[in-house]
Ligand binder design. Structure first.
Ligand SMILES: C[S@@+](CC[C@H](N)C(=O)[O-])C[C@H]1O[C@@H](n2cnc3c(N)ncnc32)[C@H](O)[C@@H]1O
Length: 261
């Protein structure tokens, strides 16, 4: 236990699951922690070594199953900090990317608890990379959009996404894949647009399923795709098959389109 009269809370981004993707700052915060509240997708199998002096509390939620509510998590953070502990809130990926980090910062500040944030490697970029997919590629696309698929997007959002082009990255999107693909197709996206679904990135069971916008729902269902997964939609997906001729073709097509504009 820390000797300070009042403790603190540090929100720590744990990256996509492989402890080698923890930052140096994250490792130091864990090493000094008295209490660690950790999520399901944060790297936790070796937490006993990473945080040798800490009380470890699993507050992991699975889709549709929240054994500890968000309010209870916030109360625990505040309680342990007010008791004088250095509390680490270890989250998957980055705390501020669909991680409810903002709510936890506000809860701590409202209770007068010192709170800081250590960013993490977000799955939105790293999980595609694990499958060989760059989210941008010079001459192919200069923009990417990250969206939550936790709830279906609105018709307007589908229209904007389809019109924007570039790479679309979807987290928590397995359940809403049918509405997403229908929405993008309805607003003019090409049915041939490549789609990758990367499950369990950085784990021994990582798997990439490739399809197109038109076939994605069928292919995902046939492959029994499950959460956690990152969906990637766009020309950059062609890098995933590591077919050099195919990649050269992507660049050639992009150059021809740019020249024609
Ligand atoms: C609640 S969001 C949290 C995202 C996190 N804050 C981040 O920056 O990566 C959880 C979603 O992230 C994605 N995700 C996180 N880790 C993943 C992994 N190792 N492999 C595949 N998807 C992952 C999945 O879409 C999962 O449903």
């Amino acid at each position: 236990m820390s000797t300070s009269p009042q403790g603190s809370v540090t929100l720590v981004g744990g990256g996509p699951g492989d402890e080698k993707l923890l930052t140096v700052a994250a490792v130091e915060a864990l090493r000094d922690a008295d209490v660690v509240l950790y999520d399901r997708l944060a790297p936790h199998s070796t937490l006993g070594d990473l945080a040798p002096n800490a009380l470890l509390i699993n507050v992991g939620k699975t889709p549709g199953h929240h054994p500890i509510s968000q309010t209870d998590i916030e109360s625990l953070l505040v309680k342990h900090a007010l008791d004088g502990s250095r509390v680490v809130r270890l989250k998957g990926g980055d705390p501020f990317v669909f991680g409810r980090g903002a709510e936890e910062v506000v809860a701590c500040r409202s209770a007068g608890v010192a709170v800081s944030v250590i960013p993490g490697v977000t799955s939105a970029i790293s999980v595609p990379a694990a499958a060989g997919i760059p989210v941008t590629a010079r001459g192919v696309t200069h923009l990417f959009t990250v969206v939550s698929g936790h709830a279906p997007l609105s018709d307007d959002e589908h229209r904007h996404l389809a019109g924007l082009g570039g790479t679309v990255i979807v987290l928590m999107g397995v359940g809403t894949l049918p509405t997403l693909t229908q929405g993008l197709l309805a607003h003019g996206a090409s049915p041939d647009l490549p789609v990758a679904i990367v499950e369990r990135g950085y784990s021994p069971t990582q798997r990439t399923t490739l399809a197109t916008l038109a076939t994605a729902v069928h292919v995902a269902s046939a492959a029994a795709v499950r959460s956690p997964a990152v969906l990637v939609i766009g020309e950059v997906v062609r890098f995933a098959d590591r077919d050099d001729a195919g990649i050269a073709q992507v660049f050639a097509t992009a150059s021809a389109l740019a020249a024609a504009e």
